[in-house]
Design a protein around this ligand. Structure first.
Ligand code: MN
Length: 745
């Protein structure tokens, strides 16, 4: 040992003995480090290097620092079951950051692989120190997953130990660390299948974030323990007798729910502790079952149990036939026990149990067994990486999506050829289309489910559905689709389309504005642009350019707005020209039929298209039968007969004028949100707007051209949903004197 004597004197003999003792315990508990002399020597060397590097330093609790890396190595080895490389990396995990040892030193003393893992761990530490915000940090952490998954596992162990020893930290640090843990590490542990670690972390987070709740539930659990044990005996004995009768080798355990999951249940159902009936679950672990007999055996035991107790059919979960995304396998059922109490029973084999407890680490152990599916982690990592490939995606959204994919339980759907695809619950036929290929997504018009019914693209997939996507060349991605997709893949594909369109409109709008102003010799200054922005009632110049470029704003008004005197804030007018598409439509010949109101047609009863809908028509004796193009009946009919693409021209006289009154809190942007919904989403033309503001409240009267009352209702409901809008109602035509040359549109 070449240790500086003065530093050495800082530790007492007792402390030094304890360090050695802790390390020897680590070694004796790590069977995987005993493969050969060489491995043991390397682990010893890692300890020696770390011990010397951290020598003389202490944790906040006062104990020698080296006890922390030893404890982390022990979690990695005993509790997770990783091998010697991970143990070595765990022992060295803080040396690069805290001491003079460099990565090159580690690489040459041990191996480049170990240096790489330590490097990953050091990087995460750097990321966490950063104040950039949790979402951005999380993204960076997930990136390191692609390097070596052991980095994340060791980091979890590190955080678990820090959480276990959080008592010695000052209160404000306890809260910060607990918050970070529940935000970042709990979801990670869950995702990777480390249930036990996840549960412990969650409980520790609760202990520091909501100590009252934590200790309250803890005491109640302890208080009801005797009663619970007594009940469990009554429940388990009949099961044990049956299993023994059938010569089944098993172990039976019961475990109470974690404190945090009891708390979650109490909150979710708004009940007290006494009313949380499934505080515990009974677990039956079958021993010595060959892999190929696992499934049959679990079901056999299921049938023995349900012979004794009546199962609740709604609570049967078969995670054996289709394991969870993170690899979890088991059979769960809830049965009616003595005294009419529901009890959850989990049935699994020893192999499944190890996976359930230790997640992917256990997978590796079984990886070589024939027929055992390879780690699902890779599937998941690919998914996360796919969502990272969108380079300028904003980090918070990423976190949302990540969580969305994280907690959603999955469903499975199949292609006509029988390939299985996994989706979050709530995914639609459109998600399925995008999962297959973005081009199929862009052109999807519906789907045929299980070779039978035809459904629209917003159909919610059911687990087990066989989905055949129906496409049409004429279909184009719609903005509304964002509301009916829930996978990251579909969202990315759609965003790409609209990002391009937005950019194009922005440039076009800028050009229109510049040209118009130049023509009239108006200089393009900030003041002028501000006036135009205000004139149109848009949020800012970006929205102005985009809407001008998209043709959503009447460009003839540019000059008028640019030269107008600033008006009082109280009254604001603007108008929208009727759809300009009319002229273009006239020219579309050939395969598009134009229906005017003079043409004979009937409106299909099934889908009730109104002017403005994308429609198709089937030839009838004297005209056309018009359907929405995504009408299931029309889609089915198209398989047998050809439909005519139809553009529908709405005549002015077909609309009528309606007035609504809107009341709400006045805030910046609320106007443009309102007009955005009215003009863009609902394609309604606004005739006049009158707004009165009083203190922080406003009342707006809108005159609108409406096609029918259904449209009016939809619009009123959409307006009602805007934040700070309190009341929307239809009113009789109001009279109010207006400057005629501004309102006659
Ligand atoms: Mn550490």
């Amino acid at each position: 040992m070449f240790v500086n004597i003065t530093e050495m004197s800082e530790f007492s003999q007792e402390e030094k003995d304890n360090i050695d003792k802790q390390f020897e315990e680590l070694l004796s508990h790590s069977p995987k480090c005993h493969k050969n002399e060489e491995t043991i020597a390397l682990v010893r060397k890692a300890f020696k290097v770390a011990n010397e590097a951290h020598f003389g330093t202490r944790r906040r609790s006062g104990e020698p620092y080296i006890l922390h890396p030893i404890a982390v190595a022990r979690i990695v080895s005993d509790e997770i079951g990783l091998g010697s490389k991970s143990v070595i990396a765990a022992l060295l995990h803080d040396v690069v950051e805290d001491t003079d040892i460099t990565l090159e030193d580690i690489s040459s003393m041990f191996s480049p692989k170990i240096a790489q893992i330590v490097d990953g761990l050091t990087k995460i530490r750097g990321v966490l120190k950063n104040k950039e915000g949790q979402a951005e940090n999380f993204k960076k952490i997930v990136f390191t997953l692609s390097e070596d998954v052991r980095v994340i596992i060791i980091k979890l162990a590190d955080r678990l130990h820090n959480m276990r020893t959080l008592d010695s930290m000052p209160p404000e640090k306890q809260i910060r660390i607990a918050e970070e843990t529940s935000m970042l590490f709990v979801p990670l542990a869950h995702r990777m299948g480390f249930y036990r670690i996840k549960m412990e972390m969650e409980d520790l987070c609760l202990k520091y974030l909501k100590p009252n709740v934590y200790y309250d539930i803890l005491h109640q659990l302890k208080g009801s323990e005797k009663k619970r044990i007594h009940y469990l005996n009554r429940f388990c004995i009949p099961i044990m007798m049956t299993l023994e009768q059938h010569n089944i080798n098993y172990s039976i355990t019961s475990r109470s729910k974690s404190i945090s999951s009891i708390w979650a249940k109490m909150q979710k159902k708004n009940i007290s502790f006494d009313n949380v009936y499934d505080v515990f679950a009974v677990r039956i672990i079958l021993q010595d079952i060959p892999l190929e007999e696992e499934k049959a055996m679990c079901w056999r035991v299921y049938s023995y149990i349900t012979d004794k107790y009546t199962p609740n059919p709604e609570r049967l979960r078969d995670w054996i036939s289709t394991p969870k995304d993170n690899g979890y396998e088991a059979l769960h059922t809830t049965v009616m026990g003595p005294d009419g109490t529901w009890v959850e029973v989990q049935i699994r084999t020893q192999r499944m149990d190890e996976i359930a407890e230790n997640g992917f680490a256990a997978h590796w152990k079984y990886k070589n067994i024939d027929g055992f599916e390879q780690s699902q982690l890779e599937v998941w990592m690919k998914r996360v990486q796919a969502s990272l490939t969108n380079p300028d995606e904003d980090a918070l959204k990423f976190l949302d999506e990540f969580k969305m994919n994280l907690y959603a339980t999955d469903l499975f759907a199949f292609t006509p050829k029988g390939e299985m695809h996994r989706f979050p619950i709530g995914a639609t036929a459109l998600d399925f289309a995008y999962e297959i290929h973005s081009e199929i997504g862009h052109h999807a018009i519906g789907a045929r489910i299980n070779k039978q019914k035809i459904v629209a693209i917003d159909y919610k997939l059911q687990s087990g559905d066989q989905v055949e996507i129906l496409t049409s060349e004429s279909q184009k991605p719609q903005k509304e689709w964002f509301k009916i997709i829930s996978t990251v893949k579909a969202s990315n594909a759609l965003q790409q389309v609209f990002k391009y369109e937005k950019k194009r409109n922005h440039m076009r709008g800028q050009q229109i504005l510049a040209e118009t102003l130049e023509e009239k010799d108006v200089p393009v200054t900030h003041t002028v642009i501000d006036k135009i922005v205000q004139g149109y009632g848009v949020v800012d110049k970006n929205e102005l350019y985009e809407k001008l470029g998209a043709g959503d704003l009447n460009k003839d008004k540019i000059f008028e707005y640019a030269t107008q005197k600033r008006k009082s804030k109280k009254i604001l007018f603007w108008s929208f020209s009727p759809n300009k598409e009319e002229q273009e439509e006239e020219q579309e010949g050939n395969d598009v039929k134009i229906i005017r109101h003079s043409t004979n047609y009937t409106i299909a009863d099934c889908c009730h298209p109104i002017p403005g809908d994308q429609v198709i028509g089937f030839k009838t004796e004297n005209g056309y039968e018009i359907h929405k193009d995504n009408c299931p009946i029309a889609i089915e009919r198209q398989l047998k007969e050809t439909a005519q693409r139809i553009k529908w021209i709405s005549k002015q006289e077909q609309v009528f004028l309606a007035s609504i009154q809107i009341k709400g809190k006045d805030r910046i942007g609320i106007l443009s949100e309102m007009s955005g919904i009215i003009a863009k989403q609902l394609n309604v033309n606004i005739r006049t707007v009158h707004i009165e503001t009083m203190e922080k409240e406003f009342t707006a009267y809108l005159d609108l051209y409406i096609h029918d009352s259904q449209q009016l209702n939809t619009m009123m409901m959409s307006l009602q949903k805007i934040k700070d809008i309190e009341k929307v109602q239809r009113v009789e035509q109001y009279t109010f004197t207006i400057n005629t040359n501004k309102s006659n549109n």
